[in-house]
Design a protein around this ligand. Sequence first.
Ligand SMILES: C[S@@+](CC[C@H](N)C(=O)[O-])C[C@H]1O[C@@H](n2cnc3c(N)ncnc32)[C@H](O)[C@@H]1O
Length: 350
Amino acid sequence: MRSSIPNLLTLRGRGGSRASRGRGRAHPEAHDTTIQGTDTDAAVSRLSAVHCGYLTDPYAQFFVSAGGGPPTRRLPIINRGTYTRTTALDRLVDAFLDGGGQRQIVSLGAGTDTRVFKRFARGETEGLVYHELDFEIISQKKLRIVRGNPMLSRIMGEITVSEDATCWSSELGARGEYHCHGLDLRKLVDADESQVLIPGLRTDMPTLVVSECCLCYLATEQAAAVLAYFHKRIPSLGTVIYEPVLPHDAFGKVMTANLAARGISMPTLDSYPTPADQEKRLSEAGFVGAVKAMTVEEIWRKWVTDDEKARLDSLEGLDEVEEWELLAGHYVVAWGSKGLDVKAWNELLT
Ligand SMILES: C[S@@+](CC[C@H](N)C(=O)[O-])C[C@H]1O[C@@H](n2cnc3c(N)ncnc32)[C@H](O)[C@@H]1O
């Protein structure tokens, strides 16, 4: 097996930069900086998948520094992985929104994700309340990019920034409202009721909390406490989590070694090593409705139609079928709910 196994979360190549090596618990701030850097990896992967024809996303280009050359091209298995997880999450989000009535999305560690622009640009959102949470440095970067880009500015309309400058928002009329919070999620862990850490968060409407490779960077107890923060306050709640699994087989060991070489640890990987553990995690956190975890490999097989597979295969060909199955088998999308009618989620499984 190759020692430089690529992974869907961190793709700077073997060993990472010299500066990042050895970062870890002893230097929490340096560790945070490394974790913030994973957003760039995600943005570059998204743009690669768009550039190669897997995804349609006119906004992805604005979040990657051009540097004068063509966009970085990821390996075909990485592009396929980015496609599969992005479309799987889109599908779960669509199914949640199809439930009707006013709804709220909270994206944890949203980074420079473009889903929100696609959503609001379509104009079908009908009062959607959309929150994105990430470190302040990342939320400020997003604000700068949106303000400096006519296409994004048009979608987001008039932006207001909170007095303490940690949150920027946009009222989008009938389409809904958007809030981007500069917040270290670990502040939610011991939050008491009197603290307003997420201005604009509604507790009275069906809400979906999304963690697209974010909670995996927190200590397991902190990740659980973040989910509990929302579970305690919002009666009608769903969650969707995407993160790696299976750290103990040969592939998983190389995957975690590659992460460690960049100074990144993923505590939830050890705590919830299998898809079944991810389902148990959600049940134990009180998400007892429609609990399910599927690997990216399973989602590719079951959710991507034959026509779509043929289209994607024609883009660049993929010889490393075994490598794909290994890689995609090590990432999971898990979801669950409480107090929420998620008929549409159940239908996805039939
Ligand atoms: C791999 S990126 C994923 C970005 C985006 N969700 C996507 O899939 O494109 C992980 C994101 O989680 C954020 N993150 C990790 N730990 C966090 C914390 N404690 N508080 C806020 N954001 C955090 C990072 O800053 C980064 O933007």
